[in-house]
Design a protein around this ligand. Structure first.
Ligand code: NDP
Length: 253
């Protein structure tokens, strides 16, 4: 029996990258996983197929985050699918993983791009947590994917890092608020992590990025997924409101 047998989980942005590895890992522990994507239904379907091939249970849900009505749309299909499969709308584990990066010189960032970053990376997670409060049972889990860039400077990602700072505040304050219900709320801060984008096929770029970690390699998506699985399990019951550095020692300087 896995550590999450009988649990249900929503992993936002699990069609690809870290979210996909996380969905696979939680399913391997026995959770029924809602695999969420924005629009890439084919990739979400691939994640579901990989989970099922591995003997796990999952279903896709699609909703663009950062637009009006986003959370309502997501929960409409989430609750419908949960009800069909479990007879209830209980959601034990919420992983706020979906996110977008900036990659713009501070001088060139537009108000529109700034608003978009905050809408997807900070506002949507807040209202997903708020909406999930009725579904989360006592002892539930909320895990928010932050970033090592909340601790080291990268001027091209100033607005993105600001959104992840907001995620850490979401974690801190909701951890206090939900403590009486035994619900833990934690942030995980990845360093540079191979999410399957083309830059990770370039050996020179990978060597340069690897140099940031004391282990001299870039992170694999499963390095983060394993940390999330720990936080989702009962093993982490005494940890809440924390920021778990999952950067391979990048922050050690
Ligand atoms: P990817 O870019 O590989 O995947 C992003 C996922 O989020 C996809 O599933 C995508 O769905 C979904 N998504 C993106 N925008 C939206 C949106 N507006 N609405 C709904 N879903 C959306 O991400 P990573 O795996 O690289 O990153 C995952 C998380 O980890 C992010 O929060 C990121 O900030 C954080 N992180 C990543 C690091 C890295 O080096 N990779 C380092 C530090 C933090 P779709 O497929 O439909 O587009």
């Amino acid at each position: 029996m896995g550590k999450l047998t009988g649990k249900t989980a929503l992993v936002t942005g699990s069609s690809r990258g870290i979210g996909r590895a996380t969905a696979l890992r939680l399913a391997r522990e026995g959770a029924l996983v809602a695999v969420h994507c924005s629009s890439n239904g084919e990739a979400a379907g691939d994640t579901v197929a990989a989970i099922e091939k591995d003997g796990g249970r999952a279903f896709p849900v699609s909703a663009e985050l950062g637009v009006p009505g986003d959370v309502h749309k997501l929960f409409l299909s989430l609750e419908r699918e949960l009800k069909v499969r479990t007879g209830t709308t209980t959601l034990d584990i919420l992983v706020n993983n979906a996110g977008v990066m900036g990659g713009v010189n501070p001088e060139d960032l537009t108000p529109e791009k700034f608003d978009r970053l905050f809408a997807v990376n900070a506002k949507a997670p807040y209202f997903l947590v708020q909406r999930a409060l009725d579904n989360l049972p006592d002892g539930g889990r909320i895990i928010n994917i932050s970033s090592g860039l909340t601790r080291v400077a990268n001027p091209q990602e100033v607005a993105y890092a600001m959104t992840k700072g907001a995620i850490d505040q979401l974690t801190l304050h909701f951890a206090k608020h939900l403590g009486p219900r035994g619900i833990t709320v934690n942030s995980v801060g990845p360093g540079i992590t191979d999410n399957g984008t083309p830059v990770f096929d370039d050996p020179q770029a990978v060597a340069a990025m690897a140099g940031y970690s004391v282990f001299n390699r870039v992170g694999e998506a499963r390095d983060i997924a394993d940390v999330v699985a720990f936080l989702a399990s009962d093993d982490s019951r005494w940890i809440t409101g924390s920021y778990l550095d999952a950067s391979g020692g990048t922050l050690l300087g």
